[in-house]
Design a protein around this ligand. Structure first.
Ligand SMILES: NC(=O)c1ccc[n+]([C@@H]2O[C@H](COP(=O)([O-])OP(=O)(O)OC[C@H]3O[C@@H](n4cnc5c(N)ncnc54)[C@H](O)[C@@H]3O)[C@@H](O)[C@H]2O)c1
Ligand SMILES: [Zn+2]
Length: 353
């Protein structure tokens, strides 16, 4: 069952590319414009969900759309926000013919996909990702959900959006630190899947991509295709999709304990994982990985309190008894999933401190 993508002519002559998943497909409108949205989704039958920051920054774009605006930030990716959205959907008399459109970063697309999956047992939805991380990571793959207390993404569903529209102009208002978060995941994709992109990143910089929209659009598309391919091969995370967790096991443990952004936390995780790869499977380029992370203003071998971090790492979702499924690099562009004893991981990390 090989899943191919095909070009389609969607509504109103706006061209999209269809990507097929197990039981649904998503139409992608790369390097498009928000103004095309009404050709893809009927305004009267659609409701946009966004956050206050994006609404304030792009008010004019939303004229003519039904809209629900929620508070920004991870702390609002919770059931209470879901409830307030659902109450508003009822006020709008939303039904199974209604399309929900999440216009925002990963918090908004995660909530929108989740609400659309549970409201009336499921209504159609699409995304306009507005952060770099949203464009190349969070909006892709159909995982959506909410946090419960300290447990991130504890409740959710896997369901693919029917369309994703990209408008890179929206990035003009994205705060600088959010760019770094996005580049951390881009570097992750390069490390595990794409050596040529790794070299391209070495030769460029955040500023270079910000100034060259054509190059940025190509980079975004290339990263979307990397993630889509991994998801297509393993939509329900039985094997291959785990490679997307490169840098994330230690990263998540650090993110929980320290005031780090997700990008900073996984950057440290990737730096350590690259050295662990040298020790365990003969990877030869840990220095290059660290250098690239620094070049994109991301941290590498930050010191941390092992007593605080190791216990959290041991609780990782990808744990099996005393081993962790750790993502290692065989070479730049080739990530592999290896079962490694927790004690061995902790020993190597401790020696580096
Ligand atoms: N579903 C998945 O597979 C998946 C994958 C990775 C991450 N995620 C989730 O994504 C979330 C992180 O996403 P994120 O980094 O986009 O965070 P986010 O949605 O919180 O956005 C970051 C900040 O930037 C602001 N913002 C976004 N776009 C803007 C724009 N164009 N102009 C001005 N401000 C803008 C937001 O209001 C917010 O304050 C996390 O909740 C994470 O769990 C999900
Ligand atoms: Zn991540």
């Amino acid at each position: 069952m090989k899943k191919k993508s095909s070009n389609t002519l969607a509504n109103g002559g706006v061209e999209g590319t269809n990507y097929q998943f197990s039981n649904s497909s998503t139409a992608y409108y790369f390097d498009s414009s928000f103004s095309h949205l009404k050709k893809i989704a009927e305004q009267k039958r659609s409701i946009i969900i966004t956050d206050e920051n994006i609404y304030e920054a792009h008010k004019k774009l939303f004229a003519g759309w039904n809209i629900i605006v929620v508070k920004p930030g991870e702390e609002y990716k919770v059931q209470l926000t879901v409830d307030t959205i659902i109450e508003q959907l009822i006020d709008f008399a939303a039904d199974r013919q209604t399309t929900l459109i999440g216009v925002g970063g990963g918090v908004i697309t995660d909530i929108t996909g989740y609400v659309a999956s549970v409201y009336m047992r499921g209504i159609p939805f699409g995304f306009v990702p507005t952060s770099l991380l949203g464009l190349i990571d969070a909006s892709i793959g159909g995982k959506n959900g909410i946090d419960v207390g300290v447990y991130k993404n504890m409740v959710g569903t896997i369901r693919q959006p029917s369309f994703i529209l990209h408008d890179l102009q929206l990035l003009d208002t994205l705060p600088q630190n959010e760019w770094e978060n996005g580049f951390a995941e881009i570097i992750k994709h390069a490390c595990i899947k794409d050596a040529a992109m790794f070299r391209q990143l070495e030769q460029n910089s955040v500023t270079a991509f910000q100034q060259d929209k054509t190059q940025l659009a190509e980079l975004v598309k290339r990263n979307v295709e990397i993630k889509i391919k991994v998801v297509q091969e393993d939509e329900f995370e039985k094997g291959e999709r785990r490679s997307l967790n490169y840098g994330h096991t230690l990263g998540h443990a650090l993110e929980n304990q320290y005031e780090l952004s997700h990008g900073q936390a996984i950057a440290i995780g990737m730096a350590y994982a690259s050295v662990i790869s040298e020790e365990l499977i003969g990877f030869g380029d840990a220095n290059r990985v660290a250098r690239l992370l620094s070049h994109y203003d991301l941290p590498t071998f930050a010191e941390f309190d092992k007593q605080k971090v190791f216990p959290v790492m041991r609780m990782d979702k990808k744990r099996e008894k005393t081993d962790l499924n750790y993502i290692l690099l065989e070479k730049i562009g080739k990530g592999v999933v290896k079962s490694v004893a927790v004690s061995q991981l902790e020993k190597i990390i401790s020696e580096l401190q």
